[in-house]
Design a protein around this ligand. Structure first.
Ligand code: PLP
Length: 401
């Protein structure tokens, strides 16, 4: 159970499976999942329309998805790609981050946040989080780790919560750094994408909206965005759609590119999902508010990070167990009660590959947080009675131990 990226099953509702759709308790064993995509007839229709159209990749739907995504986030344009990881990689490439450079990164994140730094040959410098209550990057620790080689900082909006942007902007200006937002948790939040020179989003199956696999880039400088657009498709100056429509067989390649394209099937799903994103995020907020109330009364020893009313996409529901609680036992008891939980995250610097590459990293607050964190089920298909059930089961588990 390392993290939700790995543990979240993408198949739902299969008969006889260990898990089944939340709310659809039809007498089979029903596991309340940590995260669950909402997909239905609108997505099916959209997929059929793409197949009937005969145009299956990088067409009008991808372009519409980009425009609609940009407008939802208050920007002029966006570039769709096939994952958030690809988005982060393209951002670092386009911003010219490379071998001689250091990049400040969190460790309380999914590995993709810093893998992109390794892809371009730069050095990730791990920075601690501020506190158990605010598990976002600590500006004091970032300050302490800046060197003359530091070129960039990647802010990850953990659980969907945005940091105080004025502080980070002045920090970046003071040290002449670019800010990159890993906004995989923060799609649809007011203000996301405004901190950074560029921002990456994910539409993986457990995110607030999904295209199964997929991602999006926003960038402040239109030149950076257009470079990312070209790099996404092998660095070719004209994309396939333009070539076919323009009846010219010629193309040129003016930069090293990648194949990080999005296809029409995914964009069609994305367009449908985007229309419901605000409603789903509102549902996540109300479920989170109910969690906060129930946990405060039933489990007063459990800490719920961040403040009610903070600006957030409520992507996950992290709680901090009391210091003496045995988390593995709590997980097992909740599982017996039909409740899946997960951990966000095993700190990246402690995972074998990174521990070997970057020994002697010490991040005491990140480590303390990760040792006690548990993520409870949170997704818009849930109803408030299920929140009550989780809070009651957690209270039971903690008193049983
Ligand atoms: C999911 C996630 C990613 C990776 O997204 P993909 O679209 O699967 O590449 C990156 N960063 C964070 C914080 C994530 O949660």
């Amino acid at each position: 159970m390392a993290n939700a990226e790995i543990t979240t099953p993408l198949k739902t509702g299969r008969k006889g499976q260990f898990y089944s759709r939340a709310g659809a308790d039809n007498g089979e064993t029903s596991m309340l999942l940590v995260a669950e995509p909402i997909l239905g007839s609108a997505e099916k229709t959209a997929l059929c329309d793409v197949i009937d159209s005969g145009w299956i990749t990088m067409g009008d739907r991808v372009r519409s998805f980009e425009r609609m995504f940009a407008s939802v986030h208050g920007t002029d344009d966006a570039v769709a790609v096939n994952s958030c990881t690809a988005a982060l990689h393209l951002i670092l490439e386009a911003l010219g981050i490379g071998r001689a450079d250091e990049v400040l990164v969190p460790s309380l994140t999914f590995v993709a946040t810093l893998n992109c730094v390794l892809y371009v040959g730069a050095t990730p410098i791990f920075v601690d989080v501020a506190s158990l209550d605010t598990p976002l990057m600590s500006i004091e620790d970032a300050e302490a780790r800046v060197t003359p080689k530091t070129r960039a900082i990647i802010l990850m909006h953990y659980a969907g919560y945005l940091p105080a942007d004025e502080d980070w902007r002045s920090f970046a200006e003071r040290h002449n750094l670019v800010i990159i937002e890993d906004a995989a948790h923060a799609v649809g939040v007011q203000g996301v994408g405004r901190y950074g020179d560029a921002t990456a989003f994910s539409f993986y199956g457990n995110k607030n909206m999904t295209t199964a696999e997929g991602g999006m880039v926003l960038a402040r400088d239109p030149k950076v965005l257009s470079q990312i657009r070209q790099m996404r498709g092998h660095g070719i100056t004209l994309d396939m759609r333009q070539r076919l429509k323009g009846r010219t067989p010629h193309y040129d390649v003016t930069m090293l590119g990648f194949n990080y394209r999005m296809d029409e099937l995914r964009a069609a799903i994305g367009l449908v999902q985007l229309e419901r994103l605000a409603m789903w995020n509102a549902k996540r907020k109300s479920l989170t508010d109910i969690y906060r109330q129930r946990l405060a009364s039933l489990c007063p020893d459990v800490l719920v990070p961040f403040r009610a009313g903070a600006v957030t996409a409520n992507h996950i529901m992290p709680v901090i167990l009391p210091p003496d609680a045995n988390r593995d036992e709590v997980v097992a008891l909740l599982m017996q009660a039909g409740i899946q939980t997960t951990i966000h995250y095993s700190p990246v610097h402690r995972l074998s590959y990174y521990a070997k590459a970057f020994p002697n990293v010490r991040l005491p607050v990140t480590e303390a947080y990760a040792a006690r964190e548990l993520s409870l089920p949170l997704h818009p298909a849930m109803v408030s009675a299920q929140v009550d059930r989780v809070a009651a089961a957690l209270a039971d588990a903690l008193t049983t131990l």
